[in-house]
Design a protein around this ligand. Structure first.
Ligand SMILES: [Zn+2]
Length: 100
């Protein structure tokens, strides 16, 4: 298990917050307000046990509330910075409604 300086980005997927592992393609369920990420134990989905901080949007409750009433498969939110730190401000506070 290794610590990563790159945080796990919190995204809303099907109405649940998940953290994207910074070093592989794994994602783990997050509890609201959870500050630490631990990738699952190595297994069939490529989990590597990485630990790191979680990078939440500043307004996760607001984002989740805005999704209420939508079909569960449409309750998705990914921050703008996920798509390219070089192109967009790191401190994007508004984010994006673009699905992953
Ligand atoms: Zn991982």
């Amino acid at each position: 298990m290794a610590e990563s300086e790159i945080p796990a980005i919190a995204v809303l997927s099907y109405g649940r917050w998940i953290g994207l592992c910074p070093t592989d393609a794994n994602a783990m369920l997050l509890e609201p307000g959870q500050t630490r990420f631990e990738c699952g134990s190595p297994g069939p989905f490529g989990a590597d046990g990485t630990t790191c901080d979680v990078r939440w949007p500043p307004n996760p409750d607001e984002i989740a509330l805005a999704m209420i009433g939508l079909p569960i498969e449409d309750q998705n939110w990914t921050p703008v910075y996920y798509f390219g730190e070089a192109l967009l401000s790191v401190d994007a506070t508004i984010g994006s409604d673009v699905a992953p």
